[in-house]
Design a protein around this ligand. Structure first.
Ligand code: CA2
Length: 144
């Protein structure tokens, strides 16, 4: 099982601002954390980040045939992007949604997730551990 981990806009700013919400670790710390968690679980991962909706859509489309599942933190696009939802549905791979924070406990505009309509599970509010929870979910499923 090979997993594509996608991160959306502004996540490259981790550690630079808003440490009270997102913590003080950086985006490269997050990438290292995801790769380490994946290695422990024995699942190959590729981790990418983009600030561009269309690039994320293209990567989702290209995942067909190249990856077995997608873990996605679409960041602000979670709450706005029908294009990302449509791509996730079109690619027909297992999708797991992740968030560092819990958007449901924040501003009302974060309470809707378009991504969740394509996701089989959501892990949120656990900081970096939301990603390892998502990888564990997929690895355990793959064992069956
Ligand atoms: O909690 C999450 O993981 C989010 O997906 C993060 C998004 C936010 O729009 C979602 O509602 C919840 C924001 C990512 C931007 O992260 C920043 C990090 C540091 C400084 C500024 C933004």
């Amino acid at each position: 099982m090979k997993i594509l981990v996608l991160n959306g806009p502004n996540l490259n700013m981790l550690g630079v601002r808003e440490p009270a919400i997102y913590g003080s670790r950086t985006y490269s710390d997050l990438e290292a954390f995801i790769k380490c968690a994946a290695e422990e679980l024995g699942v190959p991962v590729e981790v990418r980040q983009s600030n561009h909706e269309g690039e994320l859509v293209t990567w989702i489309q290209e995942a067909r045939g190249a990856f077995d599942a997608i873990v996605i933190n679409a960041a602000a696009y979670t709450h706005t992007s029908v294009a990302i939802l449509d791509a996730l549905k079109a690619v027909a791979l297992p999708v797991v949604e992740v968030h560092l924070s819990d958007p449901m406990t924040r501003e009302p505009f974060r309470h809707v997730s378009y991504v969740s309509f394509a996701a089989e599970a959501t892990f949120k509010g656990r900081g970096f551990e939301s990603y390892s929870d998502a990888l564990k979910h997929l690895a355990e499923k793959g064992d069956r």
